[in-house]
Ligand binder design. Structure first.
Ligand SMILES: NC(=O)c1ccc[n+]([C@@H]2O[C@H](COP(=O)([O-])OP(=O)(O)OC[C@H]3O[C@@H](n4cnc5c(N)ncnc54)[C@H](O)[C@@H]3O)[C@@H](O)[C@H]2O)c1
Length: 263
C-alpha cells in the first residue's frame, strides 16, 4: 500500500512539475528581490561581470567586485555607484590562486559580511588548437574557469548552509554542452563548471537546504571583447547547436583575434 501511494505521489508530482515548467516557458516567474543581499561577482572588471554589477547595484544590493584588472575594476565601481543605491566594494583577487581566494574572502567577510549571492563569472579563453596550446595556458583555463568555483564555494557556501539562504550563480557557456574546435580547454572547463554547479545544487537538495538556489547561465557568443573576431551566426542556441556544422560552427574560432593587449 505504501509503495502504491509513494508511486502515485511520484507520478502526480512529475506531471505537476512538467506542467509547471511549461507554464514558466510562456509566463515569466516571480522576480527575486535582491535588495539588501550581498552579491559577489568575480571578473567584474569587464563585460558581463560589469553589467551584472551595475544591475545588482541598481536593484539595491551590496556588490562585492573581484578582478585582477585594477583599471577595469575602478571603472565598474564608478558605474555601479552612479547607477545604484547599494554599497560597492572592490578587491583585487586572482581567482586562479586558491590562497588568494581564501585570503580575500576572509577580508570580505570581515569588512562587508557574509556573501548571499555568489556569481562565478571570471573567465578566460586561449583560442588555439589543442596541440598549439602551451601547457601553462591550458592549466590556467581550468584554474580560472573551473577550479576558482571550488575555492569560492568553499569560502562562501558554509555561511549560506548555516543560514539556509543563498544563491549560487555559474556563468558557464553553451561551450559547456558541446565540443568546439580551437577551444577544447575552454569547453572542458565549462563542461566541468556546469557539472560542478549542478552537483552542488543536488547536494543542497539532498541536505534539504531549499533556501540555497542555483542558476547556471550558458550564453552563446556575446559582444564583450572576449570572443572578438569570432563570426557568430544569428540562430537561437538550440537551433545553432543543431545546425552547427552547416553554419560553420566547427570553424567558429578560426577568425579569432581576442581582445587587444592594451585593454
Ligand atoms: N563573451 C561571450 O561571448 C561569452 C559566451 C559564453 C560565456 N561567457 C562567459 O562569461 C564570463 C564573462 O565573460 P566576458 O565576455 O564578460 O569576458 P571579459 O573578458 O570581458 O571579462 C572577464 C573578466 O574576468 C577577469 N579575470 C580573468 N582572469 C581572472 C582571474 N584569474 N581572477 C579574477 N578575474 C579574472 C578579467 O580581468 C575580466 O575582467 C566568462 O566566464 C565567459 O567564459 C562569455
Amino acid at each position: 500500500m505504501n509503495f502504491f501511494l509513494e508511486t502515485l505521489k511520484l507520478i502526480v508530482l512529475l506531471i505537476y512539475y512538467l506542467l509547471e515548467s511549461l507554464v514558466f516557458l510562456v509566463v515569466p516567474g516571480r522576480k527575486k528581490n535582491v535588495s539588501g543581499e550581498i552579491v559577489l561577482i568575480t571578473g567584474a572588471g569587464s563585460g558581463i561581470g560589469r553589467l551584472l554589477a551595475i544591475k545588482f547595484a541598481s536593484l539595491g544590493a551590496t556588490v562585492v567586485l573581484w578582478d585582477i584588472n585594477q583599471e577595469g575594476l575602478n571603472c565598474t565601481v564608478r558605474l555601479a555607484r552612479e547607477n545604484g543605491a547599494g554599497r560597492v566594494h572592490s578587491y583585487i583577487c586572482d581567482c586562479s590562486k586558491t590562497q588568494d581566494v581564501y585570503r580575500v574572502a576572509d577580508q570580505v567577510k570581515k569588512e562587508v559580511g557574509d556573501v548571499s549571492i555568489l556569481i562565478n563569472n571570471a573567465g578566460i579563453v586561449i583560442g588555439k588548437r589543442f596541440l598549439d596550446s602551451p601547457d601553462s595556458l591550458l592549466e590556467k583555463t581550468i584554474q580560472v574557469n573551473t577550479m576558482a568555483h571550488f575555492w569560492t564555494y568553499k569560502a562562501f557556501l558554509p555561511a549560506m548552509v548555516a543560514a539556509n539562504h543563498g544563491h549560487l550563480v555559474c556563468i558557464a557557456s553553451c561551450a559547456g554542452f558541446l565540443g568546439i574546435s580551437h577551444i577544447s580547454d575552454y569547453c572542458a572547463s565549462k563542461f566541468a563548471a556546469l557539472g560542478f554547479a549542478e552537483s552542488i545544487d543536488m547536494e543542497m537538495r539532498a541536505l534539504r537546504k531549499t533556501g540555497i538556489k542555483t542558476t547556471i547561465v550558458c550564453p552563446y557568443v556575446i559582444n564583450t571583447g572576449m570572443f572578438d573576431g569570432v563570426k557568430a551566426n544569428f540562430l537561437p542556441v538550440k537551433a545553432a547547436v543543431l545546425l552547427l556544422d552547416y553554419f560553420g560552427g566547427m570553424e567558429i574560432m578560426s577568425t579569432f583575434k581576442g581582445r587587444p593587449k592594451k585593454e
